[in-house]
Design a protein around this ligand. Sequence first.
Ligand SMILES: [Zn+2]
Length: 281
Amino acid sequence: MKAKNSLALIFFPAFDWAISPTHPEREERLLYTRDQIFEEGVGDIEGIHFFNPALAEAADVERVHFAYPDAGSIVTESHYIAAGGAMRALDAVMSGETDKAFAMVRPPGHHAQRVSYGDRGFCIINIEAVGLEYIRQKYPDLRVAIVDTDCHHGDGTQDIYWNDPDTLFISFHQDGRTLYPGTGDIDELGGPGAYGYNLNIPLPPNTGDEGFLHVIDKLVLPVLDDYKPDLIINSAGQDNHYTDPLTNMNFSAQGYALLNEKLNPDVAVLEGGYSIEGALP
Ligand SMILES: [Zn+2]
């Protein structure tokens, strides 16, 4: 069996990092994913390779964040490796080592805003933004679309790219009136320098496959077609799945597979969620 695209998988479950021993955000959610990958023989498919994450440094974090009081006191080694996973994924795609990459890493990052005081929705640093600003040092003219398909609004990514027309941000998520962090309304459209480059599609609880695919077909794909990004990054939360313990959506693994096929991201970075069935680019 041969993969349609060459794909780099970067895996880091952060063994030593958890909110608490019983909280759903813990290493088991990625270890379960790893078992699925091996059981289903994904690693044996021609064209799929495992890459090691890079290790981000304080300078990579500080390129994106004002960390208070400083990066050294709030960022753990796990965060540096998770961000390094996103850096490596983006680097591998930009350099042509692979067609696509998926950083299956934790801790997640999309709630971490420009100013970081520490944990915010399990996120301390925005791993997509740390990865993106790292590769922009090498490729400064990149036009990038970040499409956040996690069930929660990507409020951190929105905050960081609020006024940047070279980074289109699209998030669809469970309506903020019913789920953390409460933001992500349709009228949050970006700052004066990038008005319209920040798009939110809040969805009612229990939205199923048909609703998600409608949003992709009728809104996300036409906007991407118009924007013509050099690179599409997917904040690939898997927590719209109907079994997710923290959310209230009715999305299936088959739905994720179809969404992924339509979106066709260059780089996926895992955010929340418990299963990557159907998620591989
Ligand atoms: Zn989430």
